[in-house]
Design a protein around this ligand. Structure first.
Ligand SMILES: [Zn+2]
Ligand SMILES: [Zn+2]
Length: 323
């Protein structure tokens, strides 16, 4: 099969990569895969990953249990061991022995086929297009916030960052009834949020004041300090950015202001799929461009450009066999 491969130093296109053959997993033909900021962090050394990158995908099952064959699916990215205390509590995303699709010891979805444990798969409802379903993973990560904190209707919420994840977090918090303001550096990206009724402000026009809840989704190491400075005493700071570089900030304000700091990563797929099926979250305006897999290197170069929306990869030759 064709695949992109990251060897730890360089990303290359491999025309004849061995297709996955693990019997314990479902084999999925990838329809679309999304390039995310985490992938770009991986190409900067994050997680010291080598292999096929990619963890945002939608596809159809080619090999696996009979009831899944031919079905359209999306997949949770953490492959737990199934036996440790975390897995037994249903927290495979915190399994200490986990593999993570395209991030840690498991090949990902920037390929014609990806292998995923069946228990990680979720069926995609008919009325969700591939171009929407491919956002299930980052949207689930945004819904994770609502499993961790419970904003009240009059809570003032600030989302810092107008990238893909910031956009989805702002929409999810607005859906939950919070009073959301999104602050970012790009007026065209903020306009996407304006179009769905979220209040937005450009960072250089923003007069900092204090919010009940601040979500840091800037994807930059300078975002943490700014986010922390915008939380009211006894407020909540939610951290969504995963960054390869180390932070250099004083933690004193967290103690002095008794700030509740919440780290937030992967989240529940059923909530994300339900919101997509109900057309409650606008995701297709976030798509910048769809590249064929063979042009994957150009796609990654494009995704690296500042201010770019979501770049998708399309392994295009539907109908070809695995071998
Ligand atoms: Zn991602
Ligand atoms: Zn485990």
């Amino acid at each position: 099969m064709r695949a992109l491969y990251w060897d730890g130093r360089e990303l290359c296109f491999v025309p004849s990569f061995a297709a996955p053959t693990d019997e314990s997993t479902a084999l999925i033909k990838v329809h679309l895969a999304g390039i995310c900021a985490t992938d770009l962090q991986i190409f900067a050394g994050y997680m010291a990953f080598t292999g096929v990158p990619g963890h945002e995908f939608v596809g159809s099952v080619e090999q696996g249990p009979g009831e899944l064959i031919g079905k359209r699916v999306v997949g949770e990215i953490n492959f737990g061991c199934g036996e440790c205390p975390a897995c037994r509590r249903g927290l495979n995303r915190h399994c200490p022995n986990r593999r993570v699709m395209g991030i840690l010891n498991a090949h990902g979805a920037f390929a014609e086929y990806v292998a995923v444990p069946c228990e990680n798969l979720h069926l995609v409802p008919e009325n969700i297009a591939d171009e929407e379903a491919v956002f299930a993973e980052p949207l689930a990560a945004s819904f994770e916030i609502l499993t961790q904190i419970h904003p009240k209707p009059d809570d003032d919420v600030l989302v810092l960052g107008d990238g893909k994840l910031g956009n989805l977090c702002a929409q999810v918090l607005q859906l939950a009834g919070a009073n959301v303001t999104a602050v970012g550096k790009h007026s065209d990206k903020l306009a996407l949020l304006n179009n769905v009724g979220v209040r937005t402000l450009l960072l250089d026009k923003w007069q900092p004041h204090l919010f009940d809840i601040v979500v840091e989704a800037t994807g930059s190491s300078s975002g943490f300090g700014l986010a922390l400075s915008a939380v009211r005493p006894r407020g909540t700071l939610v951290l969504k950015s995963t960054i390869a570089a180390n932070h250099q900030v004083s933690l004193a304000p967290i103690v002095i202001n008794e700030v509740n700091v919440v780290g937030s990563r992967c989240g529940p797929f059923p909530e994300a799929l339900a919101a997509l099926a109900a057309k409650q979250i606008a995701v297709t305006p976030l798509i910048e461009k769809i590249y064929p897999l063979d042009d994957g290197l150009s796609a990654v170069t494009h995704a690296r450009r500042a201010g770019v929306r979501k770049i998708l990869l399309q392994p295009s030759d539907h109908g070809r066999s695995v071998h």
